[in-house]
Design a protein around this ligand. Sequence first.
Ligand code: F6P
Length: 364
Amino acid sequence: MALKRVGILTGGGDCSGLNAVIRAVTRTAAIGYGCAITGILDGFEGLITKRSEELTVRSTRDILTLGGTILGTTNKGNPFQYRELAPDGSIKVSDQSDRAVENFRSMGLDCLFVVGGEGTLEIGYKFFEKGIPVIGIPKTIDNDLDKTDYTFGYQTAIEVACDALDRLHSTGRSHQRVMILEVMGRTAGWISLEAGIAGGAHIILIPEIPYNIERVVEKITAREKGGSPFTIIMVAEGAKEEGGDVITQASASTRLQGVPQLGGVGFHLADQIKSRVDLEVRCTVLGHIQRGGSPCAFDRVLGTRLGAEAVRAAAEGNFGVMVALKTPFITLVPLKELAGKVRSVPADSQLIQCAEAIGISMGR
Ligand code: F6P
């Protein structure tokens, strides 16, 4: 189909590589199809409030290496369940999706590229069902999206987490301490597992394998008895004890977002270990450092490929799909197949087998 004007928005938590996608979509649409590009600001919020800016080859110059998203994003603006803070402090929930569809039409867009993770793509699919020609582009540091080998942002996050672990290694060894690094990932353990293996962690805890504190302590004391009184522990924010719950934080953003903010398991683990062994224990929470900054080369290439293929799919009239990496190809997957699916680390994962084979404790 002849594309005249396309729209793009970035939704959910940011990650490295979003600007690589925006640049690729803009350049492919402009250079390959002579098409105009509207950048919708702050995710679906911009579609509700009709805020956008023109994207051109010139305006997207030099953004390839830039962290974040030049369009802004939010993980609080689901138009189907729009949450607003009322003056009395209560949360008012309303459906703003018709308004968003109306705005999409009045912007004169032929299609909408929705760049996001599971939640954002689910909203994208709902808009597709409401008649908007949507193409999804998968992002998230968590790497928990089904039907794609990798999401962009993930490799950068594990590089950052691995670098942090390397640094904790040298200080932990010098002081003979137990060093804990808490990383993100929500309910999936990919970042913890891969960065933990890459950074030589001695213990890796992931949400998919509830940990037993006695097994964790056994590993620490075995190392101590073996002449290595320092231990490096990688723990995913979503990790929990056998029979326990995921640790969450109460925050204003949680109320507006409607999903709990994870975090705190690292310090909880530190307290548990301190009460059982006579060693110094320190915890570092890596947090949003994993999401910021320049994308690594892999994420720049993946983001660029996904963006270019998304425009090609639109020109061929393929909508209601997500562009996905099926190594070595970029393929199209129906958005419908993603609905509500989160890809966790499988119980029989070779990565887990590999970790345990080389002596890493998974806390079980
Ligand atoms: O989904 C990406 C992610 O970074 C998670 O790993 C993390 O739990 C969450 O977003 C943090 O969200 P926020 O930016 O709202 O703190």
